[in-house]
Design a protein around this ligand. Structure first.
Ligand code: UT7
Length: 329
């Protein structure tokens, strides 16, 4: 059998209507618009206010959009992977809820947890399934309702995160296109620099865990910043070197949107002109697994077949990585 490739043939997205501005945050915690903008690049983020709606709702909307934009019958989908740290339930997987909602009756579905690197790791998993010949069409979704695990009394973290979802459809190609290469890393030594202390089997929910706000995410910002800046820049340089790419060759950097300063440092290291960097952190903040597919969706009209993209992310775990993609449509 000749080598198969997994190309991205479409994108979809969902962001909630409610806009949480820096000005509104000034009324909730001791912060200010100028601090948030200059330290992070964020002006506003979207929040899913409806208490009955959760991550599966946003993931479903993003999936429906990519199916519609590509003219795909949900019954053609072989696999659904949802990357998230904010599943509707501990189990079943949010991907199972999406499978039902979109009517993908032939698909099997599961979640992937790699925090802010979740979409990249899911993209790699989905593309490997296609390259192996076992799947033809895979839906890869990054979705997070971060507002469900943010402590709105903690100014160190509550200004950073927002809610949203993005989806891509992967399809099999004979030509060399799509996911060409990837480099992924994990360092479990620093697992507690960015994590949600309770709610898992180590500290199940109790009065104490609720009283201590242990169901919200915790981040030690400064060390994570340092490691993210080094990690994203290093891994992006590594994937370029492996594939003989210079800053001139790369058409787009698609970075995880955690901090504008981290994104700029990565672009600098790659020798990229700022005009080639996808940035929407100002509008959405850090939507964890959704940042990269949200960028792909927003820029999809400006992408041409053959464009060379470097996707890169860093997050809890710690996890990080870069993926080299040739745009397929
Ligand atoms: O997506 C997963 C990976 N995550 C990341 O990549 C995030 C990495 N970290 C960061 O982006 C940055 O560390 C933050 C944006 C979270 C924080 O920026 P920083 O420049 O590292 O600030 P800092 O934590 O060192 O805090 C500086 C000062 C402190 O005051 P003192 O101790 O110098 O008096 C903080 O208390 O800023 C204070 N501060 C705030 N002030 C106003 C912290 N949060 C706020 C706030 N508003 N919201």
């Amino acid at each position: 059998m000749s080598k198969r490739y997994a190309g991205i043939t479409g994108t979809g997205h969902y962001v909630p209507e409610y806009v949480l501005t820096n000005q509104e945050l000034e009324t909730i915690v001791d912060t200010n618009d100028e601090w948030i903008r200059t330290r992070t690049g964020i002006r506003e983020r979207r929040i899913l206010k409806d208490k009955d709606k959760a991550t599966s709702f946003m993931a479903t909307r993003a999936a429906e959009e990519v199916l519609e934009r590509t003219g795909t019958d949900p019954k053609e989908i072989d696999v659904i992977i949802v990357a998230t740290v904010t599943p509707d339930y501990m189990f079943p997987a949010t991907a199972c809820l999406v499978q039902k909602n979109i009517g993908a009756t032939r698909a099997y579905a599961f979640d992937m947890l790699a925090a802010c690197s979740g979409f990249l790791f899911a993209l790699t998993t989905g593309s490997n399934m296609i390259e192996s010949g076992r799947a033809q069409k895979v839906l890869v979704i990054g979705a997070d309702k971060m507002s469900s695990i943010v402590d709105y009394t903690d100014r160190n973290t509550c200004i950073l995160f927002g809610d949203g979802a993005g989806a891509v459809l992967l399809e099999a190609f004979e030509e060399e296109t799509g996911v060409i290469d990837y480099v992924h890393y994990t360092d479990g030594d620093d697992q507690c620099l960015l994590y949600q202390p309770a709610g898992g089997s180590k500290r199940p929910a109790s009065h104490e865990t609720v009283d201590l706000h242990l169901h919200s995410l915790r981040q030690d910002g400064r060390p994570v910043f340092k490691k993210a800046t080094e990690g994203m820049a290093d891994v992006s340089a590594e994937i370029m070197q492996r594939n003989n790419l210079t800053g001139e060759d790369v058409d787009w950097l698609v970075p995880h949107q955690a901090n504008l300063r981290i994104i700029s440092a990565t672009a600098n290291r790659m020798g990229l002109d700022p005009s080639k960097v996808m940035i929407n952190i100002d509008k959405y903040g850090n939507t964890t697994a959704a940042t990269i597919p949200l960028c792909l969706y927003e820029w999809s009209d400006r992408l041409s077949k053959g464009d060379k993209l470097v996707l890169t992310a860093f997050g809890g775990g710690l996890t990080w990585g870069a993926t080299y993609v040739k745009w397929s449509v």
